[in-house]
Design a protein around this ligand. Structure first.
Ligand code: FPP
Ligand code: MG
Length: 308
């Protein structure tokens, strides 16, 4: 079995709640797909750092559970309709079951870390989750407002980059590297690039490939990098008005979305994501060559080249 198959089967095996509906809701999200980037990056970083990648599998699985828990919670907070091309779990099971299944998965992750990891890893992971929750609250408090580039990065660093940073830190810790901060930095930049592209896809993605409609962020009153990067060329009052409208029309959203793309907002976002990947590559280049490193390089390329 290859690493990805081992990860996939453990993801389903380790999720064994006694209450059937928790299993159904948990499986619904896990089986809905996902690229398993977090466990893959965890395991590959471990291998690249000279450790036994299989030892990192349960921890990578734990990190994917944390990601899954955060999505279950996020979809309730955002009142999302769809996720990974299917109805969002909150629509199928209700908000209560979605939130509590998220809690179960988060606790399951901590159990895996207490069994297969160590206290230092638990510190790194719990700090990441604290930052995720803070960033989500920050994002929520800015809904309907124009935000600065600095505020945007505070939000995406917390909601996405720190978890990727925890993955690479944990992977290197399994390999007993003391300089895990260097690897945490590598993951952090991968995560930043990932979220920048996610935000770009919300403007210029193909819903049949991403599994989500475009324009969600604007509809929810959220300002992201594509818009920030061309804001000086737009009428700020008009943008603010749209952001504050509780249910803006599809036509208005599409008009602003297309204008942002035409003004170069999508291209600038991809360029910014490439810069972040460049910073992650610098760390990769400092490490000895190996098949794990090559696989990580491929993942880094995939992050910025993801389909529009
Ligand atoms: C998706 O963002 C959401 C996140 C990346 C993080 C969500 C984090 C939390 C809810 C706090 C942590 C909670 C736990 C239980 C670990 P998005 O709305 O921009 O992306 P989307 O379009 O995929 O919904
Ligand atoms: Mg969301």
């Amino acid at each position: 079995m290859g690493l990805i198959e081992i990860i996939e089967s453990r993801l389903l095996e380790d999720l064994n709640p006694k209450v059937k509906i928790v299993l159904e809701a948990g499986r619904y999200l896990i089986e809905g797909g996902g690229k398993r980037l977090r466990p893959l990056i965890t395991v590959l970083t471990c291998g690249m750092c000279g450790g036994d990648p299989e030892k990192a599998v349960p921890l990578g699985v734990g990190l994917e559970y944390i990601h899954a828990a955060s999505l279950l919670h996020d979809d309730v907070v955002d009142g999302a309709q769809s996720r990974r091309g299917r109805k969002a779990a909150n629509l199928i099971f209700g908000n209560g079951v979605a939130v509590l299944t998220g809690d179960y998965m988060y606790a399951k992750a901590l159990q895996l870390f207490s069994t297969y990891g160590n206290l230092e890893m638990i510190r790194v992971v719990s700090e990441a989750v604290m930052e995720m929750a803070e960033a989500q609250v920050l994002e929520l408090s800015k809904v309907g407002e124009l935000i600065t580039e600095e505020e945007y990065f505070r939000i995406i660093d917390g909601k996405t980059a720190v978890l990727f940073g925890a993955c690479t830190a944990v992977g290197s810790m399994v390999a007993k590297r003391e300089d895990y901060e260097t690897f945490r930095r590598m993951g952090f930049h991968i995560g930043r690039a990932f979220q920048l592209i996610d935000d770009l896809l919300d403007y210029a993605g193909d819903p049949s490939k991403t599994g989500k409609p475009v324009g969600n962020d604007l509809r929810e009153g959220k300002v992201t990098y594509p818009l920030i990067s061309v804001l000086d060329k737009l009428d700020k009052d008009r943008v603010e008005n749209l952001l504050r409208t509780p249910e803006p029309s599809r036509k208005e959203i599409d008009r602003l979305r297309e204008e942002v793309i035409k003004l170069g907002g999508a291209d600038k976002t991809r360029e910014r994501a490439k810069e972040e990947i460049g910073k992650a590559m610098e760390v990769l280049e400092s490490v000895e060559d190996s098949p794990y490193k090559e696989e990580l390089e491929r993942i880094l390329e995939f992050v910025v080249l993801r389909e529009l």
